[in-house]
Ligand binder design. Sequence first.
Ligand SMILES: *Cc1c(COP(=O)(O)O)cnc(C)c1O
Length: 530
Amino acid sequence: MVQSTDLSQGRSGTIAMSAAAVETSTGNRGLQLEERLIFEYAHADRSGVDLPEPPKVKDRLGGLRRRGAIGLPGLAEPQVVQHYTRLSQKNYAIDSGLYPLGSCTMKHNPRLNERMARLPGFGDVHPLQPQSTVPGAIELIGELAGWLTTLTGMPAVAMSPAAGAHGEMCGMMAIAAALRARGEGHRKTVLVPESAHGTNPATAAALGFTVKPIAATADGRVDVAALKAALGPDVAAIMLTNPNTCGLFERDIREVGDAVSAAGAYFYCDGANYNAIVGRVRPGDLGVDCMHINLHKTFSTPHGGGGPGSGPVVLSARLAPYAPRPWVVHDANGWRLIEEGGAIDGEPLGRLKAFHGQMGMFVRALAYMLSHGADGLRQVAEDAVLNANYVMARLQVALTPAYDGPCMHECLFDDNFLKDTGVSTLDFAKAMIDEGYHPMTMYFPLVVHGAMLIEPTETQSKRSLDEFCDAMLHLARKAKSGTAADDFKAAPRFAPRRRLDETLAARKPVLRWRPTNRGPDDGPLKQAAE
Ligand SMILES: *Cc1c(COP(=O)(O)O)cnc(C)c1O
């Protein structure tokens, strides 16, 4: 007998079910169907289209004509539709329910944005169309750029980076170019606080910088004294996230900016947590030299599962000349894209990405901004912070907050409350899946033991936050009862897959499907043993 959540009867139902009862002869469960690779359903002689024989023409391919089969799976249309529909049902999404993944800002994506992005004038433009045929699309990029520079109080923005990490690369390349232009290309050290997102040190290292970690203080913020001590003639930049990944505002950020600038270095701000301060704080007032903005986080364009992101980078006056092309400009002739040339002193950065950036994301982000307005965006930040503090206040009776005091848009717990229970952060997260909740971010930031980082976002109602907190408190009390460790270790029970061997998957990933010979029974193709 286990306690479980029957979604059809509300979250409080208790039903009798043993772990064995979830096994079925087909592997399917409760209309959740098992799904194989599309190649495993394929038959060479099946097709979803009916094409006439091609006309006989003289072969001009020389020796290049394909000899073997092309290897595409042969399927009828209903099989294709069912395959992708089933796959989509395995993908947990913000459209399915609460998605408290910290540092990811999984907020609702308004449908209005989707509608705007599908307008033929935006959805159907081709990046190689002459500029004269797409003035509206260029104006939209320019208008979005205007919102971004106004909101951040920064003079320039590079629109083309395709994600936050790509924006980091853009900003750090601009810093490297500015240093070279100053004749200080020897500055090779980048200071990164210990709580930073992994992309920060990865970006710096990928560009040939040496990463020097800066310790955190006991209250979860960057140690300003340690930072100042590390500044020197070899330091190119600091990469700092604000609010930081512990969900806390770096109160000394002005002092940090001044010290970095006085030491001749640049200040890269990781803006992934901008949702907490949008409309309230202008990074330009904090001494920031450049900051990426994850449109897919703060400005609600759909993300997850490797979908398209967009990471424009706002730049200070001293870095603006090194922005990658293209630039959108507005002058007497209207809106224009500058794709080549442009007077700058140092080495130009060139292009970071094919074409002009993620147009569909631009449309969605601007639709989001226009529908919220400046006051609405400020309220986004206020409500995001309020919701996180509500969750923190409700959960701290049973979970252990990592730091004292209020948080910004996400609340962080450590695993102290699980001490001596035999339950780990990972077990707790797996048990959340059985309760119908996508786990929060775990074991990040690294500075907090067994971290659980919860970001509810402003788009959750009080009711959904309460249901989430109820489930979390139930699990915390169950763990603390001291008798439920085995139950936790067995979770998830109700997911299509139980615990996977994540180490094996990471160390020996099977990345390629190879067919075996098909048998005479015309059965599905099988994956050849590796
Ligand atoms: C999400 C995130 C990034 C990286 O952004 P992507 O768009 O995923 O590349 C960088 N830093 C922090 C703090 C983040 O949360």
